[in-house]
Write a protein that binds this ligand. Structure first.
Ligand SMILES: *Cc1c(COP(=O)(O)O)cnc(C)c1O
Length: 230
C-alpha cells in the first residue's frame, strides 16, 4: 500500500536525520498532514500506527475528527480566525500551531479561560520576512513576548514556521536555523522551556530535523499529490 510504504520511508529518513544530527532516536514527531485527503486515507495511516494528524482548515478538521478513533491526536496547523477560536477550542486540538498575532493569542486565552481549559499553542514566525506572510517577525515576537507569556490560559509550547518554498531542501536550512536561534534566545530570556519547534514539510523535513525540529509536518509525501479542485 502506498501510504504505508511512504510512512515507512519517512520514519526511516527521520531516524537517519536524527542520527546525523546526534539527536536521540524518537526526538521528532511526525505530524501527518491529512488536509484534502479522505478519512479512508487517514485510516490507512492509522492502521500503520500513525496517531498524530494535522489539518489546516478548521471546518475540514471538525468534520474528520469524529470519524477517526479517539486515540488520534490533532493539530490545527492553518491560520485561525478570531471568530472561530471558540469552535477550535471546543474541539480539543492537542496543539494550535499557527498563532500569528497578539490579538489572536488574547482571544485564545480569554475563551480558553471561559471554557476552563489551557490552550496549548505554537507561535508562528515569519522567518523570511515576506510582507504577505502570516506570523510574527522575529523582532515583533521579542517585542510582544512579555504580553504573550502573561496570558493566563494559553501555554506557549514553542515556535513554528512555514518558510517560502525553496528549490532544494538545503535552501530552507537558513530559515530553520533562524527559528531555532529565536527559540534559543527566547528560552534564555525566560520563563518558558519552549520544547517544540514545528518546521519542515515533505520537501525538506530531513533538513529541519538536522536543524532541531521536534515536529515535522508532512502531507503529500505520505498521502500523495493534493487535488484542491475536488
Ligand atoms: C499543507 C501543509 C503542510 C504539508 O505540506 P506538504 O508539502 O504536503 O508536506 C505543512 N504545514 C502546513 C502549515 C501546511 O498547510
Amino acid at each position: 500500500m502506498y501510504i504505508e510504504d511512504q510512512l515507512g520511508e519517512i520514519r526511516a529518513a527521520i531516524r537517519a536525520a536524527e542520527a546525523r544530527a546526534g539527536r536521540p532516536a524518537g526526538s521528532v514527531a511526525l505530524l501527518a498532514v491529512s488536509k484534502t485527503f479522505p478519512v479512508s486515507d487517514i485510516m490507512h495511516a492509522y492502521d500503520d500506527g500513525q496517531r498524530l494528524f494535522g489539518e489546516n482548515r478548521l471546518q475540514e478538521a471538525i468534520e474528520k475528527m469524529p470519524q477517526m478513533p479517539q486515540d488520534c491526536e490533532w493539530h490545527l496547523i492553518g491560520p485561525l480566525q478570531r471568530n472561530k477560536v471558540r469552535k477550535a477550542l471546543e474541539r480539543g486540538f492537542a496543539l494550535i500551531e499557527a498563532v500569528d498575532s497578539v490579538k489572536l493569542a488574547e482571544a485564545i486565552s480569554r475563551i480558553a479561560g471561559e471554557l476552563g481549559v489551557v490552550a496549548r499553542v505554537l507561535l508562528e514566525v515569519n522567518v523570511d520576512g515576506e510582507e504577505s506572510k502570516h506570523g510574527f517577525t522575529p523582532e515583533g515576537l521579542q517585542a510582544a513576548w512579555d504580553a504573550l507569556v502573561a496570558l493566563p490560559h494559553m501555554e506557549i509550547a514553542g515556535l513554528m514556521c512555514i518558510p517560502a518554498p525553496t528549490e532544494t531542501p538545503e535552501g530552507a536550512r537558513p530559515a530553520f536555523a533562524c527559528l531555532r536561534g529565536l527559540a534559543e534566545a527566547l528560552r534564555a530570556r525566560g520563563p518558558l522551556p519552549l520544547p517544540e519547534l514545528s518546521m519542515g514539510m515533505s520537501h525538506d523535513y530531513a533538513v529541519a530535523v538536522e536543524e532541531g525540529a521536534t515536529i515535522v509536518r508532512v502531507g503529500s509525501a505520505i498521502f500523495g499529490k493534493r487535488n484542491y479542485t475536488s
